[in-house]
Design a protein around this ligand. Sequence first.
Ligand SMILES: C[S@@+](CC[C@H](N)C(=O)[O-])C[C@H]1O[C@@H](n2cnc3c(N)ncnc32)[C@H](O)[C@@H]1O
Length: 494
Amino acid sequence: MGKNGRNYFRNTLLALARLDKPFIIRGRYFANPHLDYLTYTDIRPYVPAGASTNMICNHVNVMLPDLSKYIAVRPVMTSKVIDMSKEFIQAQERTNPVFMTAKTAICLMAKAELPGAEAIVSALGLENSEPLREMSDEETILGNALVVEAKYRTMCRLIEDTGFKTCVDLPCGYTPKAIHMTGRGLRFVGLDLPIVIEEVRPVMRSLGEYAERMSFGGVDATNYASLEKALQGVEGPLCITTEGMMMYFTEDEVENVIANIGRLLTKHGGCWITPDPEFLLQFVSTFRSVFGENSLGKLMLAGKTAKAQSDVANLSNSFILKPADIPGSLEKAETLLTRHRMKAEKINLGEVMPDLNIYKRLTPEQVQRFKESMQSCHYWFITLDSTKQEREEDDLAGQKQFEMQYSVESGIMQLCLVGRLDSISSPELLMAWEAEQTANTIDGIRIDCSGLEYISSAGIRLLQELQAECPQGIGFNKVCPAVKVILKQNGFTI
Ligand SMILES: C[S@@+](CC[C@H](N)C(=O)[O-])C[C@H]1O[C@@H](n2cnc3c(N)ncnc32)[C@H](O)[C@@H]1O
């Protein structure tokens, strides 16, 4: 490479480094804590106009030793090279099993013959409908497909009705919404756990006609910095949509996620539409109207599958209405929104639901009963409540980035954690643990928590796993009050 080529190359890498963007280095990550990945399109704005594809490709094909000739490689965990190998994918799967529920959803969408769903299923290699294996009986699959189709089609209609030009789907899972919305002229931003985004981004970009209107970001919805980063450069009011996520959160996670969505609305303007608070009512009403007295067993099977796939015991929190106590749980959910200075308008599902493909597999009586029963379910259209005190934009300067340092002395792993242990950072800790465990015998772990700000359920799942593997267990030092509560709630002794 000549002198000019080297300078141009160095300047591009520096521009990317300033953005804290990761690089792909011959199939490996040079990672930042958000574990997003870089594509040619991401690089294009930082190279001179008219640069050939070959010149751009050179940037993603640099090897690590070469990279360090051009920019300083910080020797901390957050900028180390992480092998995008099977182990890394497995670490994400183990800490975030909930992403499997999105595979079930796309298989159900294919059963409902939603446009694009079949192609996505085959691009993901799910033609055998493996995620639906637990739903052995065809009627249970039919009932679930009915719920999923009603939700997907109604949400697409509601998004368009808002007139906002940007749909932020949190979580996007593997649904064809990116293809559908960009085909209708909207910009689509798909946000989900990094493991989902790695799979879904290339699939949507190859299947959609308007890939330039799509962007995707690996996030943890409880982690505001990851959301803000994924929305960098996105202008104008947002229509944020949340289908099938809120029920998987613990109380403190749901509180965090609602606060984060409030922050995004404060910053960008727009609205948040979600069917999640009434998801149980929609399930119960659908199954009862279609299968009558036989519905209980099928419903329980559907619930069991979701719990097993997500490793979440309850599928409930203060944001979710309980069929056995609708007024009490409604009040709780509304109070939660008020606490975050938001308000919900309830949209009657029976009034806005379009006609569904699945009707052709039901009798006219079943369709009639189903439509009537949807009159008692609502999707929530949530906005900031302007009657409440004005919100200030958050200053995130005080939030610490995840960092981890460790050493092993006399069989004890001394670990220092900074920032948040959540869906994004937990796989990194799991991989470090596994590497150390292979090299040493580890009897116990001592964690310096003085810089640790938060632990989500992905972090708790991992700590419980590590605790079970160490004869001397885990000791925690210098724990802040918020983290202490979370650890104690999950059975750890401080
Ligand atoms: C039942 S799927 C729904 C996906 C999609 N909206 C749909 O309708 O098919 C649940 C999704 O929530 C995502 N998810 C769970 N916890 C999350 C978190 N903390 N941050 C971001 N996404 C999360 C999972 O990865 C999964 O894609």
